[in-house]
Design a binder for this molecule. Structure first.
Ligand SMILES: [Zn+2]
Length: 128
């Protein structure tokens, strides 16, 4: 059975990032369709699953690779437009030096401390 399957898949395109994306979109659309009963979702689900399987079984590697690279290009464009999520650091506070504006990172929870700016070596007192 496994051998049969691998023989069947021989020379076929199989899975790639765009294929997995189509499958995920299909699954999510089906689930959403069940939950909110919005019928266009059903067609979106069927279309993306069918297209996903079609691509997997396709023998046209050239076209499939082009679709995949287009998908990856679009994905990186979309991701680069999203606002960058700021990494929260719960252990430090950032202060600006009143002299030169240099940002100084100080451990949190030490009460009032004198901070020396590493750039202009001016000292200032802040509550951490
Ligand atoms: Zn400074």
């Amino acid at each position: 059975m496994r051998e049969r399957f691998s023989r069947f898949m021989q020379g076929r395109y199989g899975s790639d990032q765009f294929g997995r994306f189509l499958m995920v979109v299909g699954m999510i659309s089906i689930l959403l369709h069940i939950v909110i009963d919005f019928s266009p979702l059903y067609y979106i689900a069927i279309a993306s699953l069918l297209f996903g399987y079609y691509r997997m079984l396709s023998r046209n590697f050239y076209k499939r690779r082009r679709e995949n690279s287009k998908y990856l290009e679009l994905k990186s464009k979309v991701l680069s437009r999203l606002p960058e999520r700021k990494a929260r650091d719960p252990y430090h506070r950032i202060f600006k030096c009143p002299g030169c504006g240099q940002k100084v990172r100080v451990p949190k929870g030490r009460g009032k401390v004198a901070i020396r700016c590493p750039k202009c070596s001016r000292e200032f007192i802040r509550k951490t």
